[in-house]
Design a protein around this ligand. Structure first.
Ligand code: THU
Length: 126
C-alpha cells in the first residue's frame, strides 16, 4: 500500500468524526506490519478533556484487537495539513519510533518518522 492510499483511508475515516464543539474533523488510518488497516476519527465530548484524537482511536482499536506492530499512520484533517499532537506522538512512540507518519493537505503530502516528530522521547528502557 502506498502513502496516498493510506491517506485516502484516513480521509474516508474523517467522515465519521464527531466534532460538534471544535468543528475540526480528523481522520487517521494505521497500517500494521501484516498489512491490516485500522481507522479512527476524533470523538469529542462536552467535557472537553474527555475528547479522543483520531490517531489514538486507531491505535487503541488495533492494540485491543491484538496488533502491536505498525508501519505507518496517515492523518487527514482537510486542507490544513495537521500533524499529530504531542500525546498522540507519545502513544505512537510506545509502539516504535520508526513508524512513519503521513500527513496530507492542500500543501501536499509530508512523511516523517515518529523519531523525527518526537526526538528524545520518554522510554523506561535503559
Ligand atoms: N485532534 C486529533 O484528532 N488529532 C490530533 O493529533 C490533534 C487534535 C482533534 C481533537 C479535537 O477533537 C480536535 O482535533 C481539535 O483539537
Amino acid at each position: 500500500m502506498d502513502y496516498s492510499d493510506l491517506l485516502k483511508k484516513a480521509e474516508e475515516a474523517r467522515e465519521f468524526a464527531y466534532a460538534p464543539y471544535s468543528k475540526f474533523k480528523v481522520g487517521a488510518a494505521l497500517l500494521t506490519k501484516d498489512n491490516q488497516i485500522f481507522t479512527g476519527c476524533n470523538v469529542e465530548n462536552s467535557a472537553y478533556s474527555s475528547t479522543m484524537c483520531a490517531e489514538r482511536v486507531c491505535i487503541y482499536k488495533a492494540v485491543s484487537q491484538g496488533c502491536r506492530e505498525f508501519t505507518a499512520v496517515a492523518v487527514y484533517a482537510g486542507l490544513h495539513r495537521a500533524a499529530p499532537c504531542g500525546e498522540c506522538r507519545q502513544v505512537l512512540a510506545e509502539f516504535g519510533t520508526d513508524i512513519l507518519v503521513v500527513m496530507g493537505g492542500a500543501e501536499g503530502l509530508m512523511v516523517k518518522s515518529v523519531k523525527e516528530l518526537l526526538p528524545f522521547s520518554f522510554t523506561m528502557k535503559p
